[in-house]
Design a protein around this ligand. Structure first.
Ligand SMILES: Cc1ncc(C[n+]2csc(CCOP(=O)(O)OP(=O)(O)O)c2C)c(N)n1
Length: 342
């Protein structure tokens, strides 16, 4: 559905529109999106081998929200993710080896093999939690923001949530509380228009957008083009600056299409709930390739640089998979470690 696509298309951009973003940042945004795309493609291509002992939820097509938002944060800031974690974690500076070890259920995974893909956590880089309970990230981020405020710590907390999460009551309780207390929290709604196989139009009434509902709670709220990483970055940067300045919570709705099925590998379009034609509209606005073409047009990305980036990422991914597959499985005796009650 191109309904939410704002039509900004990179073709129409001029260099002026990115004048306030350093060229090094523009390149870093591209590198981070490309890395996430290639990592997920590799995970997908190997998934059928069954070495990864975890369900997976790919976010190919949705890279710009993770990358644009996390580029506006410091390492001390916290993010909380849903079940669709890979992009959020890697964009926040996550360790690819630790992530792949986690997906392969290895002892040196970032959650010691306890989490799998849906429960990545790595406090070193501010990946403070993720939850497969839809909307679970929202109370966690709100609580972390309250804690930072009470402790006088200068930290912004971010909750990534899906469009279906906005149908959970806890989201609105949290928004109300965050506005009341002026909490340092940013809510990022990655709206991909589907809850598993259920389209947004079957679940929410037309004419009232998610970001408008948030605005009705008194949250500073905005919708940005979710295939345009620079637009996401600039909106997140402004929001984070205002949050640090004490202006209270912000909400960004970031629409972008999920190119793959809800979980596992492959595209399930055509299975009855959405069509291949719908996806094709979005494929023309690929957040990674359209951005690369734009950067090349304005002379910031050279073809040779792009080739070198691809090669560096390819090597990193290959090494990380080799590392994960050679890593030890957890010891049976460690089964009850971290268990609070047995
Ligand atoms: C509280 C709760 N209800 C239902 C589910 C089952 N479930 C898992 S993912 C999902 C869809 C989530 O959609 P959304 O929040 O839009 O995120 P997306 O998968 O599109 O990224 C559902 C309903 C769940 N995990 N938790």
């Amino acid at each position: 559905m191109s309904y939410y696509y704002t039509g900004n298309g990179f073709q129409d951009w001029t260099a002026n529109e990115v004048a306030h973003v350093e060229p090094t940042t523009l390149l870093a945004l591209y590198y981070s999106m490309l890395r996430i795309r290639r990592v997920e493609e590799e995970i997908e291509s190997r998934y059928h081998q069954d070495h990864m002992k975890t369900p997976i939820h790919l976010m190919i097509g949705q890279e710009a929200s993770s990358v644009g938002v996390c580029a506006a944060l410091t390492q001390q800031d916290f993010i909380f993710s849903s079940h669709r974690t890979h992009g959020n974690y890697l964009a926040k500076g996550g360790d690819l080896k630790a992530m792949l070890c986690e997906l392969h259920c290895r002892a040196n995974g970032c959650v010691g093999s306890r989490g799998g893909s849906m429960h990545l956590l790595d406090k070193k880089v501010g990946m403070a939690g993720s939850s497969a309970i839809v909307a679970g990230s929202v109370p966690m981020a709100t609580g972390a923001a309250l804690s930072a405020q009470l402790l006088g710590e200068e930290r912004v907390s971010v909750a990534f949530l899906g469009d279906a999460a906005s149908e959970e009551g806890v989201v609105w309780e949290c928004l109300n509380f965050a506005v009341l207390k002026k909490l340092p929290v940013l809510y990022v709604c990655e709206n991909n228009f589907y809850s598993v196989c259920s389209p947004l139009s079957h679940r929410q009434p037309p004419g009232i957008d998610i970001y408008q509902k948030a605005a009705a709670f008194g949250v500073h709220s905005q919708r940005v083009d979710g295939v345009n990483v620079v637009e996401v970055f600039q909106a997140a940067r402004q929001a984070v600056a205002a949050i640090r300045h004490g202006e209270g919570p912000f909400f960004l709705e970031v629409p972008a299409y999920r190119w793959r099925g809800h979980h596992g590998s492959g595209d399930d379009s055509g299975s009855g709930y959405r069509s291949f034609q719908e996806g094709e509209v979005w494929h023309h606005h690929c957040p990674v390739h359209a951005y690369a073409a734009f950067l090349q047009r304005i002379g910031i990305l050279q073809k040779s640089q792009q080739v070198a980036m691809e090669e560096e990422i390819r090597r990193e991914i290959q090494e990380a998979f080799e590392f994960a597959l050679a890593s030890p499985l957890p010891e049976a005796e460690s089964l009850y470690d971290y268990a609070y009650a047995i």
